[in-house]
Ligand binder design. Structure first.
Ligand code: F6P
Length: 380
């Protein structure tokens, strides 16, 4: 460890996901036991730096949290230091301020020589002012959406997939009993990773992704065929999916958030259209935040532990402002801001899409079998 680093901060930013505590545990224990550092926990992401809510983290604090969902530090997806909503004016709306100096002052007051920032692209972007102030930031990629550029997987994703798969399995049996079509809307923002993998894992009949705009008439034909074959049908739809001739459905617009748009509602739209076009009784389930809560599955505990350990190894190597990643099943690191403002979407000729199409799964576009792209397709 560089001799200039004696004390580090750790924070969790953005939407939570299973495995955050497993990373906090790995970072804290490795920092204390392997590198002899002091660790400070920053509460509620960058909000804790804005409001000076920073507390020591001991190895005892990091014990017993491996299996716990959420984050013992709390999180926030509103606290971007450069563009922070300080109040909402009843006439002019949100009032934004640059509170960078408050964050830098808090970091200096607590003697933070470096920080481990666990978050997605928004959180990494929010770290920019600290980097400019000379604080070394090592990022750890988090999100159930699995859409961060530079890493083939983010922790939290596999647990969300397991949760969605379990829900789809349950919908399967009730759909069968009542001879219905069931539409299940899953999260993922503009990326279809959760829908694709949970859809394939559950053997869903139709999988609708943001990356493949759908045709409702084709979906209706697929449902008709499936009803004739087996008497029920399962459709999984990503919240960011959209018809070929339409737009994504927005459920909420929050002007006080740096990321104001929340997707949601496409499940109901698809279900209504299926029912109108086919006459099949159709129901909708929106899984929502259930996908973000609860204990991480074993694979995410392991991935999160590896990411936490590698973040400390990168710090110890003397590198500055990097994000740990996994690529081709190997852990490495990329520039911290490489992921900012980008999204890793599902390629339309991804091997898993080719496999699903080959076994008769519809993507709502009427396309049949395709040739898979020769890309690494590791999802676990
Ligand atoms: O990025 C994670 C995620 O759960 C997305 O899948 C979803 O669109 C969004 O966050 C929901 O955000 P919020 O918790 O603010 O409603």
């Amino acid at each position: 460890m560089p001799h200039t680093i004696k004390r580090i901060g750790v924070l969790t930013g953005g939407g939570d996901c299973p495995g955050l505590n497993a990373v906090i545990r790995a970072v804290t224990k490795t920092a204390i036991w392997k590198h002899g550092l002091e660790v400070m926990g920053i509460e509620d992401g960058f909000q804790g730096l804005i409001e000076d809510r920073v507390r020591p983290l001991s190895s005892r604090d990091a014990s017993g949290i491996l299996t716990r969902g959420g984050t013992i530090l709390g999180s926030s997806n509103r606290a971007n230091p450069r563009r922070y909503c300080v109040r909402v004016d009843t006439v002019t709306g949100p009032v934004w301020e640059d509170v960078t100096q408050q964050c830098v002052d808090t970091a200096r007051r607590h003697g933070l020589d470096a920080s481990i920032v666990i978050g997605g692209d928004g959180t990494m972007a929010s770290a920019a002012p600290l980097v400019e102030a000379g604080i070394n930031i090592i990022g750890v990629p988090k999100t159930i959406d699995n859409d961060l550029v530079g890493t083939e997987i983010t922790f939290g994703f596999l647990t969300a997939v397991a949760t969605a798969t379990d829900a789809l399995d349950r919908l399967n049996s009730t759909a069968d009993s009542h001879h219905r079509a069931m539409v299940c809307e899953v999260m993922g923002r503009n990326a279809g990773w959760i829908a694709l993998t949970a859809g394939v894992a559950s053997g869903s009949d139709v999988i609708l992704l943001p990356e493949i705009p759908f045709d409702l008439r084709k979906i209706a034909d697929d449902i008709d065929r499936r009803m004739r074959d087996t008497g029920f049908a399962i459709v999984v739809v990503a919240e960011g999916a959209r018809p070929q001739s339409g737009k994504q459905v927005v459920s909420r617009f929050d002007p006080t958030s740096p990321d104001p748009i929340r997707l949601g509602g496409i499940g109901n739209l698809v279900a209504t259209e299926i029912s109108d076009l086919t006459g099949v009784e159709t129901r909708t389930t929106v899984l929502g935040h259930i996908q973000r809560g609860g204990a991480p599955i074993a694979a995410d505990r392991i991935l999160a532990t590896n990411f936490g350990f590698h973040a400390m190894a990168v710090l110890a190597s003397g590198k500055r402002n990097r994000m740990v990643v996994r690529e081709n099943n190997m852990f490495s690191d990329i520039a911290l801001f490489e992921t900012v403002g980008k999204q890793r979407l599902v390629s339309v000729d991804h091997p898993l899409i080719a496999a699903a199409r080959a076994i008769g799964t519809s993507f709502g576009d009427g396309a049949g079998s395709i040739t898979p792209k020769a890309i690494p397709s590791a999802l676990v």
